[in-house]
Write a protein that binds this ligand. Structure first.
Ligand code: PMP
Length: 289
């Protein structure tokens, strides 16, 4: 496997970064997870735009222009002969000393990894997932804004651990007011009174690119979509529920905290959106080959 490291495609074993990199020492850096389907990179521009916005927010200057980054992503895919892939772009602050001061880190490290995607089993998409709410609250936007896709995912990892400890794969995270915001690596939608609802990003959710795509697909279908507050009561009484994310795509949810959602099977609108989404992914994006 070839990995892009600061302008070069090197073997995986040689793709090494200093232990003094502040990405390692402090989680000081940003990243994106991107998918390619059948040789076409889905929503590449949107992902790179978000990467550069995350970097701008933490005052990390990515040492190559967006077009060069796009070329580098394509080159890495080609070097590995991949058509269907999960692409990870990471920009860390770079090597510094043991203090926090980012000014000591003169050269950010840019890494692009392209690999085969490990999905949830197909059965899960057909039968739906069971999830729980967990005690760990989502970071408050005034502390670490969830719009920054940073290398510090401890907030999400803590929630994930709580879900795993209880025997579940995914957790619903609430914000400090107890409102539903998102899952550990996915956004959440419910169908309530035939309106598709997802929490507004300002409550503490990442504005997911899959989330935006699903909103667009749903509206095209004539389904009303609103970004609105969702309480646990709304969640438990939803007609349908699903999660969205680049890696997971659209995952139907059939039980939350022991409460059956709808009729306990993936909902009709959820299934329609899964179909529409899959269709879009195979024809929309930046062609690699
Ligand atoms: N929320 C969080 C916390 C995430 O890390 C992600 C991405 N894995 C998402 C939502 C989904 O975002 P996207 O659709 O852009 O992958």
């Amino acid at each position: 496997m070839k990995v892009y490291l600061n302008g070069e495609l090197v073997d995986k074993e040689s793709a090494l970064i200093s232990v003094f990199d502040h990405g390692y020492l402090y989680g000081d850096g940003v990243f994106e997870g991107i998918r390619a389907y059948n040789g076409i990179i889905f929503k590449l521009r949107e992902h790179l735009d978000r990467l550069y916005r995350s970097a701008h927010m933490i005052m990390l200057e990515i040492p190559l222009a967006k077009v060069k980054m796009q070329e580098a992503v394509i080159a890495t895919m080609k070097a590995n002969n991949l058509k269907d892939a999960y692409i990870r772009v990471v920009v860390s602050r770079g090597e510094g000393d043991l203090g926090l001061d980012p000014r000591k880190c003169k050269n950010p490290n840019v890494v692009i990894i392209t690999d085969k995607i490990v999905l949830y089993p197909q059965e899960l998409y057909e039968k739906g997932m069971e999830i729980i709410t967990v005690p760990t609250r989502r970071n408050i936007p005034e502390a670490i804004n969830p719009q920054i896709k940073s290398l510090n995912y401890l907030n999400n990892i803590l929630a994930k651990i709580e879900a795993i400890n209880s025997g579940y794969q995914e957790a619903v995270m609430l914000n400090h007011d107890g409102l539903v915001v998102e899952c550990t690596g996915d956004n959440i939608f419910i169908l309530k009174e035939n309106v598709l609802l997802t929490p507004p990003a300002y409550l503490g959710a990442l504005k997911g690119i899959t989330r935006d795509t699903v909103i667009e697909l749903a509206r095209k279908k004539g389904i009303e979509v609103k970004e609105d507050v969702i309480t646990r009561y709304d969640l438990y009484n939803a007609q349908e529920c699903f999660l969205t994310g680049t890696a997971a795509e659209i995952v139907p949810v059939v039980k939350i905290d022991g409460r059956v959602i709808g009729n306990g099977k993936p909902g009709k609108i959820t299934l329609q959106l899964i179909e529409d989404f899959r269709e879009l992914t195979i024809r929309d994006g930046v062609a690699v080959y």
